[in-house]
Design a binder for this molecule. Structure first.
Ligand code: PLP
Length: 383
């Protein structure tokens, strides 16, 4: 077989399995109503939970910074690419997360690779929930640490593994706070208690918690515990509820400094554009002054739960998985034809195929009821 034939054979195999992935084009990204293939549909798959991606305050901040400072930064953070807006945004993240230090990354994916490889090496042991995001899985592999992937939320398993690790070994527990494909919440208090008992660091990925959970600042699920600790690192992104782009790590200055000195994705990559930093700053500000979007989102989550009883699912976050087995693609297509854009998620992204529904502050009650009505009809026939 020629080189190209070998690659083609792999592609053919993926297609035969019915697992081919493709990008769906929409000229109106992220919003309660979007247009796709010339058809108006209600968007139930975006992570833009608060509708911030189109908020005038964010757009204005980005536009102003763009005209004042230009597009690219021309360098990495350590080689001329640090703009005052990076520093301001890092300060704002500290304030938001109540930590003494914070560091920006270009994306959540790149950030997890950078942070995990900076904090762990071949002498460390990492304990990672089996359903953690792919960027955590990849960061663990790249670190060359010993990796223990514990069964989803199985804290007994985790504790036994911690017990069996020599006390002098550097230990790092990593968990999503809100699991990105299942929408369930990690028991952070209990994980923190284990981290304390076995002297481990706890790295929490708040990609889907930021801007959604937390009574006062809406900074994430960690906020709901009321705890603060030097052994906890709060990672998160600006790319989901905050409507922007990029990621951050917040925590003790020694650990942040370690990521500056050893984080290859930080050292060897051009910094975030100033316009993006300005928008992210505006998002953090907006979140503190306008409580309506978060309240509205939670009203929608409660409204969904109130009407979705017969679907056999209860949302505990804006992410709702609906098991669909081999019917996932057909169901997604049928939903689309009924005016609802819901993404089917299949292996290997998740162990079992599902529809992944996401709710937003921008949805109306009648849009949510409409989706549930169509889903209920389908449930009777195929699910
Ligand atoms: C989306 C996501 C990421 C990746 O963030 P990007 O900014 O999209 O690269 C990382 N971790 C979790 C848990 C996520 O859901």
């Amino acid at each position: 077989m020629s080189l190209l034939e070998q690659y083609q054979a792999h592609l053919d195999f993926i297609q035969q399995q019915g697992l081919q992935r493709s990008c769906i084009t929409s000229n109106m990204l992220a919003g309660a109503s979007i247009e796709r293939d010339g058809q108006a549909v209600v968007d139930f798959c975006s992570n833009d939970y608060l509708g911030f991606s189109k908020h005038p305050k964010l757009l204005q901040a980005a536009q102003q910074a763009l005209s004042s400072y230009g597009l690219g930064t021309g360098g990495s953070r350590l080689i001329g690419g640090t703009h005052p807006l990076h520093v301001q945004l890092e300060k704002a993240v500290c304030h938001f997360k109540k930590t003494e230090a914070a560091l920006l990354f270009n994306t959540g994916y790149q950030g997890n690779l950078t942070v995990i490889t900076a904090l762990a090496d071949r002498h460390s042991v990492i304990y990672s929930d089996k359903l953690n995001h792919a960027s955590i899985v990849d960061g663990c592999l790249l670190s060359r640490a010993k990796i223990i992937r514990y069964p989803h939320l199985d804290l007994d398993f985790l504790e036994r593994a911690l017990q069996q690790t020599p006390s002098k070994t550097l230990k790092l527990i990593i968990t999503d706070s809100v699991f990105s494909m299942d929408g369930d919440i990690a028991p952070l208090k209990a994980l923190f208690a284990l981290a304390e008992r076995y002297d481990a660091l706890l790295l929490i990925d708040e990609a889907h918690g930021t801007g959604v959970f937390g009574q006062e600042k809406h900074s994430g699920v960690w906020e709901t515990t009321g705890l603060t600790s030097d052994r906890v690192l709060q990672f998160g992104t600006f790319s989901k509820a905050l409507g922007g782009f990029g990621a951050y790590l917040a925590g003790h200055s020694t650990l942040i400094e370690t990521c500056i000195q050893r984080g290859r994705g930080f050292i060897y990559s051009t910094s975030l554009p100033a316009s993006i930093c300005a928008a992210n700053l505006a998002a953090l500000q907006l979140l503190q002054v306008d409580k309506e979007p978060v309240e509205r989102l939670w009203q929608n989550i409660r409204h969904f739960n109130h009407h979705a009883e017969n679907l056999g699912v209860t949302a505990s976050s804006p992410i709702i998985p609906l098991p669909a087995k081999e019917n996932a693609m057909i169901l997604a297509q049928a939903l689309f034809e009924s005016g609802f854009f819901v993404q089917a998620i299949r292996p290997p992204t998740v162990p079992e195929a599902r529809l992944r529904i996401t709710l937003s502050a921008k949805h109306t009650f009648s849009q949510i009821e409409g989706l549930i009505a169509v889903l209920s009809l389908m449930t009777e026939s195929v699910l």
